[in-house]
Design a protein around this ligand. Structure first.
Ligand SMILES: [Zn+2]
Ligand SMILES: [Zn+2]
Length: 661
């Protein structure tokens, strides 16, 4: 049968899922991502002429383009059903503009979930392209291109060829570097605490020294702590006040991109990139025993916690049935949208609440099931009642000292029956656990407590923690410099370029990262400023909303940028890092250089003497009988350790193996 219509999407799985929904009169083809972009080897932006961008077919994508053209021949209508955001809009518009030229039978369809209802609804409301959205995407592309194109050569000049700088990821790098310097500067201070194990009858609980004569107490050393212990150990511990209150804990909003990435890191140890890859699989469709793939979650790039009314009815019905009416609020819970989202974006939620994670066990990979379960539970919980805790705080006086004890018990489970955000990052986790575990028995004012033991303990103030995927995304979001489509790529880029390394889940900047950041801060303080970058992101949003002109935004940016650039181009010089080692060919000192593959030692008399030497890690190659040493290397896929006997020995490793004696 001749298919009358063509649908263009960006991935083969999505094509399959949609094809099943639309039926026989539609042919669905995948573009496999962007086909048209700025040229690879030149700026591609005519700055003098209104920042006119030169778009070309990406090298290697001609075949895909030809396939689309061929499919499009003789079709009554062509629908572009790429993802519902700026990127998707731009992919489609570029195709319409370049490939199909003037034909007006090319329409845009958008949906936030790949379900029969949503897809059919979208096709019933096919529309023209949203040019404001396209302009915003092009504006971002041009800004990023200008920054990358002009800044990278400066990094080459000063540090090493092949390095690159990006507009937004350089700001993220700066956050990581600044945190690292805070940690380096941090001077730890000793302090002591005194805990008391107390009992009333057979019930035990713990309290902590809080005040002396009404003033907060700070103990600097062991002597002070022991002095107090000796002073009070024979004295009476008397209850002087008891406060009891009810505390409500509201459920969390359903996931948006940033919160999903944070929680998937905290709970599942997924990095941001992995979370997005797995979420995309769930969104585009998975075969769950119904012949063809089914879209399991809504679109994963979103900053809106809004939920479609049908999904709310469905989940309320489910909550009433599975958790009981007492867990269902009278009216649905609504969550505030951060900015005025002009388009109807939605939270990340399961497409059908009736697809319980349990029922998908045989069909999903372990990672897909874990993420789906997290998304599912978070969504269900978001429409449940608050949890209620009874918090008891007891004041206990001992001579001139005052101890506090507090504990909380869950008196109504509420949403925590479905979802509990307890696996928080270490920094916040410690205190919460203590409060939870402490169960305060029934006490009355004037009660004398039995002292089971005094526990003085030594502590040291801790430096701020390094960023993780979770805390970095949180910081980027709070500073206004991240967007749903950029959090994961920012982190990925910093790692691939070996500007930071993820060690046990935390970002450690490399020497190279410090150098790149310092150069940018010195010569481009404004470009790498958090506030300025946040403003640029906001202005791009305003272009999308049709409230700001792209050219004006680009001009406002380019003026100050050009001033910094001219100064930098005239002043940035090659940096020479000397060492104590000497060249074994000519005796001149060796200096440190960076090359495409990483750091190495070079003769300072280069190019007269071309001697160079690897810098080894001092760790022996673990290959049997090799005898080489491991060397830090960089490749297109990021940092790794390779053997000094390469190419004879091809051992590589992401982490340094233990040195075996
Ligand atoms: Zn030499
Ligand atoms: Zn080896």
């Amino acid at each position: 049968m001749k298919k009358k219509n063509l649908v263009i999407v960006e991935s083969p799985t999505k094509a399959k899922t949609i094809g099943k929904i639309l039926g026989d009169s539609f042919s669905v083809i995948s573009s496999m991502g962007h086909i048209i972009d700025l040229p690879l080897k030149k700026l591609g932006v005519d700055i003098e002429n209104g920042f006119e961008a030169e778009y070309v077919t990406i090298a290697g994508r001609q075949k895909a383009l030809a396939a689309i053209k061929k499919e499009a021949k003789g079709k009554e209508a062509i629908y572009v059903a790429t993802d519902p955001d700026r990127e998707g809009e731009a992919i489609g518009w570029q195709l319409k503009n370049r490939v199909f030229k003037k034909s007006d039978n090319i329409l845009r369809v958008t949906f936030h979930e790949i379900t029969p209802a949503a897809v059919k609804e979208a096709f019933a409301h096919a529309r023209d392209f949203d040019l404001n959205m396209v302009e915003a995407q092009i504006g971002r592309r041009i800004l990023d291109r200008i920054v990358g194109y002009f800044l990278s050569p400066l990094l080459w000049k000063k540090i090493a060829r092949g390095l690159s700088a990006g507009r937004v990821q350089s700001v993220a790098l700066r956050l990581i570097i600044e945190r690292e310097r805070e940690i380096q500067r941090f001077v730890s201070r000793e302090y002591w605490e005194i805990g008391a194990e107390l009992a009333k009858g057979s019930s035990k609980f713990s309290a902590k020294l809080d005040k002396k004569q009404g003033e907060k107490i700070e103990l600097k050393n062991k002597e002070e702590a022991e002095g107090i212990c000796n002073d009070i150990k024979e004295k009476e511990f008397k209850v002087t006040d008891i406060k009891q209150s009810e505390k409500k804990r509201n459920p969390y909003a359903p996931f948006i991109t940033s919160t999903m990435q944070q929680e998937a890191f905290n709970k599942l140890k997924f990095n941001a990139n992995k979370t997005m890859l797995v979420a995309q699989q769930l969104y585009e469709g998975i075969d769950i025993g119904q012949d063809n793939p089914v879209g399991l979650i809504t679109y994963m790039r979103t900053d809106s916690p809004r939920v479609a009314p049908e999904a709310i009815s469905e989940v309320r019905e489910y909550i009433g049935r599975s958790f009981g009416k007492e867990h269902l609020p009278e009216k649905p819970n609504y969550y505030k949208v951060k900015k005025l989202a002009q388009e109807a974006h939605e939270a990340i939620r399961p497409t059908f609440v009736s697809r319980h994670p349990e029922s998908l066990k045989g069909f999903l990979t372990p990672d897909q099931l874990k993420l789906y379960t997290l998304i599912y539970n978070r969504f269900v919980a978001s429409q449940m009642k608050p949890a209620i805790y009874t918090v008891v705080t007891v004041i206990i006086e001992v001579g001139q000292y005052q101890f506090n004890a507090s504990g909380s018990t869950l008196s109504f489970t509420g949403f925590t029956a479905a979802y509990n955000e307890n696996a928080e990052e270490e920094e916040n986790g410690e205190d919460k656990d203590k409060i939870k575990k402490n169960v305060i028995p029934a006490l009355a004012k004037g009660d004398i407590l039995e002292l089971l033991g005094l526990l003085p303990s030594q502590h040291f103030t801790k430096p701020p923690g390094r960023y993780s995927d979770s805390s970095l995304i949180k910081a980027l979001e709070e500073d206004g410099i991240g967007r749903p489509s950029t959090y994961a790529p920012i982190i990925y880029t910093l790692i691939i370029r070996d500007y930071v390394r993820r060690i046990k889940g935390y970002f450690n900047p490399t020497e190279l990262g410090f150098k790149v950041c310092d150069l940018l801060v010195e010569y481009f303080p404004k470009i790498i400023d958090v506030g300025f970058t946040a403003l640029m992101e906001k202005e791009l949003d305003e272009i999308e909303e049709g409230r700001l002109d792209k050219i004006k935004v680009l001009k406002d940016f380019y003026g100050p940028f050009k001033t910094s650039l001219d100064f930098a181009q005239a002043n940035v010089k090659k940096e020479v890092i000397t060492t104590d080692e000497v060249c074994d060919k000519c005796g001149k000192p060796l200096i440190i250089k960076w090359g495409r593959r990483g750091k190495f030692l070079s003769c300072s008399d280069f190019p007269t003497c071309k001697n160079s030497k690897s810098i080894t890690s001092g760790v022996k190659c673990p290959e049997e009988g090799c005898g080489g040493e491991l060397i830090e290397r960089r490749s297109k896929r990021g940092f790794f350790y390779g053997c000094s006997n390469f190419p004879k020995c091809r051992f590589t490793s992401r982490a340094l193996p233990e040195n075996k004696e």
